[in-house]
Write a protein that binds this ligand. Structure first.
Ligand SMILES: Cc1ncc(COP(=O)(O)O)c(C=O)c1O
Length: 446
């Protein structure tokens, strides 16, 4: 029997023959035909040749409206003139130097000006390096080793934190006292032992876990909006509670704002009015170029200062703060005015409201999570607030929706998360809602 998923995949395969054959060639040289598993999907990913504004073009010439924006990075859309011009100007002067450039100073100034908790900042090349360094900072400063993190949170691809990211439920223990579970083989055994897991948005359990292990904790790390579970906003009482408890016990609180920086002018900490000790950044702050950054309290960040005889913590990186990324970062931040955030908030809210109305009209057991410019489809009647509620999703239906939307001319992440940029419009939102309706209809829901 042909299933709705088979039908969507057949349409997809027929429309994308050049991507299919490029994929076949690519698998000869790269496992799975690419170097980034998060953008793989069966039967093969699309190979993209151009991104302009809201539109991606693939090797078959298909155009799709992009609601991924390279995993929330491209907040001004693809190829915004202000950013490409700044990068082109820098290109004229050289691509990387073995010394700092004026642009990195401006970039750091912009970050410290707009993010409440940043006394000092350091740049790296990925969000992964940002969390790696923030955790290292917390360990060096506190003299402790252990961490608390939330179940179902992704904080980058390094051993210390690739724990309980998408844990199989049969290994994850009770909801109120989750086990720490390595994300995959190859991660150090000690990483699993060095971390305590708490459910997102449950301050009662988090308080219990933190108090129980307070003497051995280096830090509590939290993503204020959980991207992995579908852009799930932290409840104010959860984030405020983490701050209250860590303040009382003298434990470093790290916000991972690699995605969540996107939700307000001064990032998630500005939005929630909660001030962490350290913050990790990525994506948006590099304007589309490879980036990461971490920063925070003066006394912690001063461990990196090599002047006068040596830093407590070493920090090298051939491309850290390189002038190409700095130019793109400065141009992006300078263009991200409070008015742009208001536009993004309104468009995101409109999209979520229209989708909710559609699901109510069709009586389909779906929901929408998200905040500001971020959103995700949830194929479950359960309200998604953490990893366990996220795990109630009908994964087959999410897959049908994802491939179906590709067939309708829209790209979301392969878990059906998305985000709007400043160049998306209400017309894009309406067309997207119609596309979701069409996919549901083909799947027998209307
Ligand atoms: C919350 C969060 N932290 C860290 C990272 C790692 O960033 P990168 O992919 O740049 O290494 C990501 C990436 O998606 C992320 O979403």
């Amino acid at each position: 029997m042909t299933t709705p998923l088979d039908q969507e995949i057949a349409t997809y395969t027929a429309a994308n023959p050049k991507s299919a054959s490029l994929h076949e060639k690519a698998t000869n040289f790269m496992p799975g035909g690419d170097t980034r598993n998060s953008i793989y999907w069966d039967p093969f990913p699309l190979y993209i040749t151009d991104g302009t504004g809201t539109t991606l073009t693939d090797v078959d010439g298909n155009k799709r409206t992009d609601f991924v924006n390279n995993m929330t990075t491209l907040i001004l859309g693809h190829k915004p003139a202000e950013v490409t011009q700044a990068v082109a100007e820098q290109l004229d002067h050289g691509m990387s130097f073995p010394a700092p450039s004026p642009s990195v100073v401006r970039w750091a100034e912009l970050m410290c000006e707009r993010v409440p908790s940043l006394d000092k900042v350091r740049f790296v090349n990925t969000g992964t390096e940002a969390t790696l360094n923030a955790i290292r900072a917390a360990r060096a400063f506190s003299g402790n080793q252990k961490l608390v993190k939330c179940e179902g949170a992704y904080h980058g691809n390094h051993d210390a934190i690739q724990i309980s990211v998408v844990p199989p439920l049969d290994k994850a223990g009770d909801a109120e006292s989750p086990e720490s579970v390595k994300a995959f083989p190859g991660i150090s055994e000690t990483a699993e032992d060095d971390i305590y897991i708490t459910p997102f948005n449950d301050i009662v359990t988090a308080e219990k876990v933190i108090r129980e292990h307070a003497d051995e904790l280096a830090a509590v790390i939290v993503e204020p909006v959980n991207g992995q579970c579908g852009m799930v906003p932290g409840k104010p009482e959860f984030l405020e509670g983490l701050r209250r408890i860590t303040d009382e016990l003298g434990i470093i609180l790290i916000f991972d704002e690699v995605i969540a920086f996107r939700i307000a002018y001064g990032g998630a900490q500005d939005y929630y009015g909660v001030t962490p000790d350290l913050t990790c950044f990525g994506k948006v702050v590099g304007g589309g170029m490879p980036v990461g950054a971490f920063g925070g309290r003066e006394d912690i960040m001063s461990m990196w200062d090599p002047s006068g005889g040596g830093a407590t913590v070493q920090h090298a990186g051939t491309f850290n703060g390189n002038p190409m990324t700095a130019a793109a970062g400065v141009a992006t931040l300078e263009n991200l005015t409070p008015e742009k955030y208001e536009y993004l908030d309104n468009l995101g809210e409109s999209l979520r409201t229209k989708l909710r109305a559609l699901f109510a009209e069709l009586e389909v057991p779906m929901g929408v999570t998200g905040v500001a410019s971020l959103f995700a489809l949830q194929f479950t009647p359960t309200e998604v607030v953490d990893y366990r509620t996220f795990a109630t999703n009908d994964k087959n239906m999410l897959n049908i929706m994802f491939i179906g939307l590709l067939n309708e001319g829209f790209l979301m992440s392969n878990r059906c998360a998305g985000n709007v940029s400043t160049v998306h419009t209400e017309d894009d939102v309406d067309a997207f809602v119609t596309a979701v309706r069409n996919v549901l209809k083909r799947a027998g829901y209307a």
